[in-house]
Write a protein that binds this ligand. Structure first.
Ligand code: 13P
Length: 353
């Protein structure tokens, strides 16, 4: 939705000044959350910047604030809306900023996979969904005793699941599910793939311990073995750290896997003078280059997330101006029944972590 013309006409300096003023006027009534992939121009205003897990925790803790403004993609703001208290309102400055991967699973198709797997495993299966999923998929998982995970705690949540049942259905990221299972010592032959566009015969999956949904992040799935080989040839001795949404072949060649916070910690702990190639979204890599000038931080390949980059200062100011007038613009809400079950799945994660 286009912004009113006056917001597009403002200079960067005017936008910056107006946002700081609005923040000051709203004081403790407002909390701005910003994901690490946001533009620098936006992240400077975040009261809390973090990965999906950290920001979920902040959303659950921000009890004093009347308004939570989430600069990220839709599933993140939706998660905040599920975790917040009834007196709080969550806004997302650009409601069109979606995560394409989150849209690769829906409740209907999840139900179909669940029925099929029940035909071979009976009740001995637990659903786990990545935070990058819709509220309805989180609710589906919550209703069936499962939990949400993020890239920062996927192994912990898989361990939690295996203490309860013998098999996992993991949605919607094939690569995070596969990398997590492999990291736990589960052989590749025991990791099955659920292709929602062309459902497999469940009998072909009966021997598996984990079945992963055939979904992907279009940013991370594009990193290749050739990218790793090129960086190793051009920068001998470089350390390589990648997000676990990258394909397993890329993950296997990297020195470390990390959530966005894990990647930041890896760069922070690398010795000064070292070269680190990072396989994740470009806005974060670019920021790390600036924040660690005594290290060389380079992108494994330059890949940006179009929707994460959609939020600009103009969009943030539009929402803050509304709040100054008592109007919640671009509010994110979740219907009470969906929110109830999705909250359960999120709380299981937050408790297990
Ligand atoms: P993190 O949980 O590592 O912040 O990742 C979220 C995400 O959307 C990665 O593409």
């Amino acid at each position: 939705m286009p912004l009113p013309a006056q917001y597009e006409a403002m200079s960067d300096a005017a936008l910056e000044e107006a946002i700081w003023r609005a923040k000051e006027a709203l004081g403790e009534r407002l909390v701005i959350l910003g994901h690490h992939y946001q533009r620098d121009e936006v992240i400077q205003f975040a009261d809390h910047r973090g990965d999906s897990l950290g920001l979920s925790r902040q959303a659950a803790k921000a009890e004093k604030a009347e308004y939570i403004v989430f600069c990220g993609v839709y599933f993140m703001a939706e998660t905040a809306a599920i975790l917040c208290k009834p007196h709080q309102a969550v806004s997302q400055p650009v409601p069109e900023a979606l995560c394409p991967m989150a849209r690769m699973a829906n409740r209907r198709e999840a139900e179909r996979a669940w029925q099929a797997l029940a035909s071979v495993w009976g009740e001995d299966v637990i659903p786990i969904t990545y935070q990058n999923s819709t509220a309805e998929v989180k609710a589906f998982v919550g209703e069936r005793g499962g939990a949400v995970c993020t890239s920062a705690n996927a192994q912990q949540i898989f361990e939690w699941a295996f203490r309860r049942r013998g098999h996992i259905l993991f949605m919607p990221d094939e690569h995070l599910g596969t990398n997590t299972a492999l990291g736990m010592g589960i052989p590749l032959e025991e990791i099955g793939l659920w292709d929602w566009a062309d459902s497999p015969d469940p009998c072909s999956l009966a021997h598996c311990r984990v079945v992963v949904w055939k979904g992907f992040c279009y940013v991370h799935a594009e990193f290749t073995v050739e990218d790793v080989q090129r960086v190793r040839a051009q920068h001998p001795g470089a350390l390589i750290v990648v997000h676990p949404e990258c394909p397993r072949q890329v993950a296997a060649l990297a020195d470390a896997l990390g959530s966005t916070t894990g990647i930041i910690d890896f760069v922070a702990q690398a010795p000064p003078g070292s070269t680190i190639a990072v396989g994740t979204e470009w806005h974060l890599v670019n920021r790390l280059q600036k924040e660690f000038p005594d290290r060389t931080v380079l992108p494994l390949a330059r890949r940006a997330c179009a929707t994460m980059g959609m939020t600009r200062m103009n969009d943030l100011l539009y929402v803050l101006d509304g709040l100054l007038d008592g109007e919640v613009r671009h509010r994110v809400t979740v219907d009470p029944d969906t929110a109830h079950w999705a909250r359960l799945a999120l709380e299981r994660m937050l408790e297990a972590g």
